[in-house]
Design a protein around this ligand. Structure first.
Ligand code: F6P
Length: 341
């Protein structure tokens, strides 16, 4: 069997762990051949390939990013996109395609599956917003990066008696903010799922100062004020129709400064959260996903996505991962508000 692999969407720690798991087991146990498609869906669209063998994947587990490259190319927005992909897969002699990606990449995989292409999906995203899996790989690493940044900011906040705001990624889901904010002992955590009141945030700021420490506020890039809108960058939508987020942290800093008189600063963590070596959790999860993905190929179980259910690696229908965004349930948010202030 000849198998193609691609990584699409935003890069994410752990992508190389999946590639290594798939290729290692596929060659050692099943004698399969592999072709790497470069730069997400651009690879099969334009026949951009690279060889993938044991020597290539051996040293990559601890490496961030993706050795295959990535892009946000959407073949359904290109002329004859699907036909070109089908033709290039046939020309390369590809029997099955393994797509490693988030809602956009797996959304394309789901549509191709319905059109008769044999595909298997593996869920990646720092945002942790794919449905039907408890966690995506990459999330744990980004939470740890954000937590370390918050730990460092606590010392500066206390030295200068300033509220400091940390704006984290996550798009329309508040998972990164929620987990890094709990781990970093934030004075309040603001997520897209629950509109926030600036006055309430100012109360938390004041009460944290009253305890003798300085407040850190963790805000998700997609958070929305009660009487305002989500803040987006003045940039064109990407090929999947997403706005570019960022700016809400600076907006809130100005509001807090005006309302409380405390000099307030904002740090936007941005792509730092996606870079660098994966955590141990993400190395293990991505490796297990890769091993199970190639087992699914061997068993002919196509149209499935690997998923983490508890501690078990399960296979779920591809469509069930992208039909609805996995956002933070309100009760998960409410249970931690005792820590606020
Ligand atoms: O989906 C991952 C993510 O990092 C989001 O958290 C963020 O909103 C977006 O990608 C940023 O995309 P880009 O790298 O294209 O600016």
């Amino acid at each position: 069997m000849r198998i193609g692999i691609l990584t699409g969407g935003g890069d994410c720690p752990g992508l190389n762990g999946v590639i290594r798991g798939v290729v290692t087991k596929g060659i050692k146990e099943y004698g399969y051949e592999f072709v790497g498609f470069r730069d997400g869906w651009k690879g099969p669209l334009e026949a951009l390939t690279m060889p993938l063998d044991l020597a290539t994947v051996k040293p990559i587990l601890a490496k961030g990013g993706t050795i295959l490259g990535s892009s946000r190319t959407n073949p359904f927005k290109m002329e004859n996109g699907v036909e070109r992909i089908k033709q290039n897969l046939a020309d390369q002699g590809i029997d099955v395609l393994i797509a490693i990606g988030g809602e956009d990449t797996l959304g394309v995989a789901t549509k191709l599956d319905a059109l008769g292409v044999k595909v298997i999906g593996v869920p990646k995203t720092i945002d942790n917003d794919l449905n039907n899996t408890d966690f995506t790989f990459g999330f744990d690493t980004s939470v740890n990066i954000a937590m370390e940044a918050i730990d460092r900011l606590h010392t500066t906040a206390e030295s200068h008696h300033r509220p400091l705001i940390v704006e984290v990624m996550g798009r329309h889901a508040g998972w990164i903010a929620l987990h890094s904010g709990i781990a970093g002992d934030a004075a309040c955590i603001l997520i897209p799922e629950v509109k926030f009141s600036v006055d309430k945030v100012c109360e938390y700021v004041k009460s944290r100062f009253e305890t003798g420490t300085a407040p850190i506020i963790v805000i998700a890039e997609g958070a929305i004020p009660q009487d305002g809108d989500m803040i987006t960058k003045d940039q064109p939508l990407d090929a999947f129709g997403h706005v570019q987020l960022s700016g809400i942290g600076d907006w809130l800093a100005a509001e807090i400064e005006t309302k409380t008189g405390y000099q307030t600063r904002c740090t936007v963590l941005g792509h730092i959260q996606r870079g660098g070596t994966p955590s141990a959790f993400d190395r293990v999860l991505s490796s297990r996903f890769g091993l199970e993905a190639i087992t699914a190929v061997h068993e002919g179980d196509f149209g499935k996505m690997m998923a983490l259910h508890g501690t078990t690696i399960a296979r779920v229908p591809l469509a069930s991962a992208t039909d609805v965004l996995k956002t933070v349930p309100i009760e998960r948010y409410e249970e931690i508000t005792s820590f606020f202030g």
